[in-house]
Ligand binder design. Structure first.
Ligand code: AMP
Ligand code: MG
Length: 484
């Protein structure tokens, strides 16, 4: 281990060569640190003091590599909006895997670090706004308790990138359990390299599902385990109103972490058909479609893994089908647990589905704010507040109270559960936009830091009510752009 705590290993680079290419970051003109995650640095075993200015900026743009780095770009493929494409890290470079003091292994990746062999026509760069956006939303997701990649730093490059207009360039340092995607499996499967496929599956088992190595049939077990983690993950997204926005198979991590924050956003007024991404014209990745799309992506994974599941193709197909078809029931279980907790239920069952749907339908009809409705339910005078005086709501509320009455410890316990399941603060789109606008156009990160601070404790009531207020009518509809 080096003096400043870097302890990099390179297990991924030992996988078959078709999975990666050596690739150095391209030097930038004027590196400057925009934000640095000291707490995460400490958790990784890095010394925050050693990583402060002036050393940090060259490090977090790729101008200077940490000791022991062996930079590579990863190859992958993916179904983008349903169409198969060969991809790979077009602007991200993996420096290595940091081994933490508690022996955990995390990828350290620079996103926006310059062209790679997979850049196609892209410039290999990223703009400051979208990199700060990934930083903010990934850290918010982490604080909400949702599995996600993390953000260690954003550094500006002193160069411009062209995205319809000239924008300040930046590099994000992303920390992930790994960057193995559904698309990584698809990439090898397309090359029909059985040995490489097995090596990747063994590596994935070792790194993310070591307990399954004991199984008699570890590969079908791996597929089931990925199904399970995705079912759990998407249920958690749905529970906070998160729309990923671009759930292509290359943006689905095998580890079960949320990855690749592009045109993502959080629902304000509840509408299951909410779409934010300007390029998602047919609403493929709309809020309520996410479970279905996750299952579709898992079918791509199952197909890519066919050769591993069984030596007989018919049997392999059957196993794949069974695993993918297990998704809806697994998702339903997780959804009931998540939504049940939001209503204060200690154990929600199928019988509670009408109660949950009843509230969601009411919210939809009344354009009620998703986050605030759940949060207000646990306040004592909920019924006195607009729009809850509504007669349909009063009927629903009575049924809900009756259901709570069936539980041991009734409402007191329920309120406690609800307060830790219903965030007060989410990254409100209009606030995120205002913070990024000030940072990107005026170099002013004041609002960004304030937002980051309240989002770090999302279940606490913020002192400033501005952080929980829904957008004004003029801020709707919100649209995110893919020019990331
Ligand atoms: P995404 O939509 O961000 O998941 O990216 C899809 C693919 O496009 C990935 O292979 C990226 O590496 C690549 N890509 C995105 N932006 C750029 C860029 N500016 N330069 C090169 N490749 C890019
Ligand atoms: Mg991606």
């Amino acid at each position: 281990m080096s003096a400043n705590g870097w302890n990099l290993e390179h297990s991924y680079a030992q996988l078959p060569p078709l999975l990666h290419e050596p690739c150095e970051p391209t030097e930038v003109k004027e590196p400057r640190l925009a934000i640095f995650n000291e707490k995460l640095a400490s958790e990784l075993g890095l010394d925050p003091a050693e990583l402060s200015q002036p050393f940090a900026a060259p490090l977090f743009t790729g101008n200077r590599l940490p000791p022991g780095a062996f930079p590579i770009a990863q190859a992958y493929a993916g179904h983008q909006y349903g169409h198969f494409t060969t991809l790979g890290d077009g602007r991200a470079i993996l420096l290595g895997e940091q081994i933490t003091p508690s022996s955990e292994r995390f990828d350290i990746q620079l996103k926006g670090a310059g062209p790679t062999p997979f850049s196609r026509r892209g410039d290999g760069r990223a703009a400051l706004g979208p990199m700060l956006r990934e930083y903010l939303i990934s850290e918010a997701m982490h604080a909400l308790g949702i599995p996600t990649t993390r953000s260690l730093a954003v550094a500006t490059t002193g160069e411009h990138v062209f995205r319809q207009e000239l924008l300040p360039g930046a590099v994000l340092t992303r920390v992930a359990a790994s960057h193995i995607r559904v698309g990584t499996f698809e990439c090898i499967s397309a090359r029909k390299d059985a040995g490489a496929l097995r090596a990747l599956a063994d590596y994935t088992l070792q790194r993310h599902y070591p307990d399954l190595l004991e199984e008699k049939e570890p590969y079908p077990a791996l597929l089931y385990a990925v199904v399970e983690r995705q079912a759990a993950l998407v249920a958690r997204w749905i529970g906070v109103g998160f729309v990923h926005g671009v759930m292509n198979t290359d943006n689905m991590a095998i580890s079960g972490e949320t990855i690749d924050y592009g045109p993502c956003a959080f629902v304000d007024a509840y509408d299951p058909e909410t779409v934010f991404s300007s390029i998602d014209r047919y609403g493929r990745y709309a809020f309520s479609h996410q479970p279905r799309i996750a299952q579709w992506n898992l079918a791509c994974l199952a197909e890519a893994m066919l050769g591993l599941l069984h030596e007989k193709p018919e049997k392999a197909f059957e196993l794949a089908k069974e695993a993918v078809e297990a998704f809806p029931a697994r998702y339903q279980q997780h959804w009931l647990a998540v939504m049940g907790a939001k209503l204060g239920l200690s154990k929600a069952t199928e019988e509670d589905q009408p109660l949950i749907d009843g509230l969601l339908d009411w919210m939809h009809r009344n354009h009620a704010d998703f986050t605030n409705t759940f949060r207000l339910l646990s306040s004592e005078n909920a019924l006195m507040q607009a729009p809850f005086e509504d007669c349909d709501f009063v009927t629903w509320h009575a049924a809900w109270l009756q259901r709570l009455g069936d539980q041991a410890n009734g409402t007191a316990e329920a309120v406690k559960r609800m307060c830790s399941s219903n965030p007060a603060v989410i990254p409100r789109n209009h606030l995120v936009e205002a913070a990024l606008d000030a940072a990107s156009n005026n170099g002013d990160l004041t609002l960004f830091h304030r937002l980051l601070r309240v989002l770090a404790m999302p279940y606490d009531e913020p002192q400033d009510a501005a952080f929980i207020e829904p957008p004004t009518a003029t801020a709707i509809p919100y649209e995110t752009f893919c020019g990331t």
